[in-house]
Ligand binder design. Structure first.
Ligand code: HGY
Ligand code: MN
Ligand code: MN
Length: 435
């Protein structure tokens, strides 16, 4: 049963200035010289950003909790504590040369929506939890979306704990370090420590605001997009093992050149996955070579594969070729093909998309429905509860790049629609079911 836009919308209390100020504050944690951010998952910068969210939540009387996967929750109590909460948020971690909006906008927008409710004197029937998911980006620890995948039960947290970053630090070590880091940051301020909560839990609905990471909304001159779905994404880690040898004395015939074998694999996949309509996205973003010395034949090469397509069958058909193509092109080397993640394409519920449309229309905000080519934590919430995503434009679609930009006005409009959606999802008219 679709819900309607609220008749006393709290969106009028959403503050553009406060939203921008909070984004500017968080952009300081991991700020890069070129105006972007490098805030790796479970890093000191990540802990500083989480601590700042806890401080802001504390000012609003929100209870902070963190689960064993490092997801952070700020809870705005509802009238009926027994009802499953509505969750809204995104991620605080970034790519190494990331932008100031990817992920963090959704976390700050959810907080702003809750603050607008508090200022409007609106007490929701069911709680709202502002959430910052751990390691959405998968930059320091692969795969990405570890926090939301573990929360939803799509993946076991135990699978992720032994994963190491480039410095050999394990996820569980980094989780422990940021947990104590968070307590150390907050204790001197007399803030109650962040409560440890169990992994998972009931969710009534989930809404995530995010920059589009594409050029469509800006091109058509709209400030808010309603996301129809998210394309499928499969990722791998490929390790090629050869033998170090002298660049001058070893002959081609006797070499076990890990780099040349890896390049042959990448080339073969690029050809097989090439499609004229440019829908398939095949990316090798990480490529490590050992010993990485100019006069030594490479003994080892490790590279990532990120393969995406909106059609799940097509994606699966391509996926099945990865092992074969790597094996066929390994030459005299050994190859280890490790699948890291496999997520199908998904669509968001029509009721939730309709609610987004109604809440925007009630504010005379024109919208466009569009798919997401980028992955988001909503992927893992969608099977649990009715979920939706809202996009705001990002200039020229530039993202995963320090030049990423979204205008204060667009961010404000997107947050206003989010606020009214969360209000509609938590009003008395919806105590038993959400949509
Ligand atoms: O990879 C993605 O699509 C997301 O931005 N981490
Ligand atoms: Mn993101
Ligand atoms: Mn991203």
């Amino acid at each position: 049963m679709p819900l309607n836009a609220p008749d006393q919308p709290v969106s009028r209390h959403v503050s553009q200035q406060r939203l921008q100020a909070r984004l500017d504050t968080l952009a300081r944690f991991g700020a890069t010289a070129k105006g972007g951010v490098d805030r790796q998952a479970l890093s000191r910068e990540d802990a500083l950003a989480q601590a700042q969210m806890v401080r802001w939540g504390h000012e609003l009387g929100l209870k902070a909790s963190r689960d064993p996967a490092g997801n952070l929750f700020l809870r705005f109590e509802g009238l009926d504590d027994g009802l499953p909460p509505v969750l809204s948020g995104s991620h605080l971690d970034s790519q190494p040369t990331g932008g100031r909006f990817d992920g963090v906008f959704g976390v700050v927008a959810a907080l702003e929506a809750v603050q607008a409710m508090a200022e409007a004197g609106h007490r929701p029937v069911r709680a709202i939890e502002v959430v910052a998911w751990m390691n959405e980006e998968g930059s320091r620890f692969a795969p990405g979306m570890m926090g939301s995948a573990a929360f939803s039960g799509a993946r076991e947290l135990d699978e992720f704990l032994p994963v190491r970053d480039g410095a050999g630090i394990r996820v569980d070590e980094a989780l422990a370090a940021t947990r104590s880091g968070l307590d150390e940051l907050l204790a001197p301020e007399g803030l109650s420590p962040v409560v440890l909560r169990p992994l998972g839990g009931p969710v009534a609905a989930y809404v995530e605001a995010h920059i589009e990471q594409g050029p469509v909304l800006e091109r058509v001159g709209l400030s808010v997009g309603i996301v129809s779905g998210i394309q499928g994404k499969h990722t791998w880690r490929i390790e090629v093992l050869g033998e170090a040898a002298h660049a001058g004395t070893s002959t081609r015939a006797e070499r076990k050149d890990a780099l040349m074998a890896a390049l042959a694999m990448v080339q073969a996949m690029a050809q097989v996955f090439h499609d004229e309509d440019d829908v398939t996205k095949f990316t090798v973003g990480r490529f490590e070579v050992e010993p990485n010395a100019p006069s030594v034949v490479a003994s080892r090469a490790v590279f990532s594969i990120d393969l995406r397509h909106p059609d799940t069958d097509r994606l699966n058909a391509m996926s099945q070729q990865v092992q074969r193509l790597c094996t066929e092109h390994r030459g005299p080397c050994e190859v280890v093909v490790q699948r890291l993640s496999a997520a199908d394409s998904l669509s968001f519920s029509a009721d939730m998309r309709q609610l987004a449309q109604d809440c925007a229309q009630a504010q005379d905000i024109a919208t466009l429905e569009l798919p997401s080519a980028a992955g988001h934590d909503a992927r893992y919430l969608n099977p649990l509860a009715p979920s939706a995503m809202l996009f705001v434009p990002c200039h020229l679609g530039i993202t995963h790049n320090e030049a990423e930009y979204a205008s204060p006005h667009d961010l404000w409009l997107g947050t206003r629609v989010l606020a009214d959606m969360l209000q509609a999802l938590t009003t008395a008219s919806s105590p038993e079911s959400v949509t």
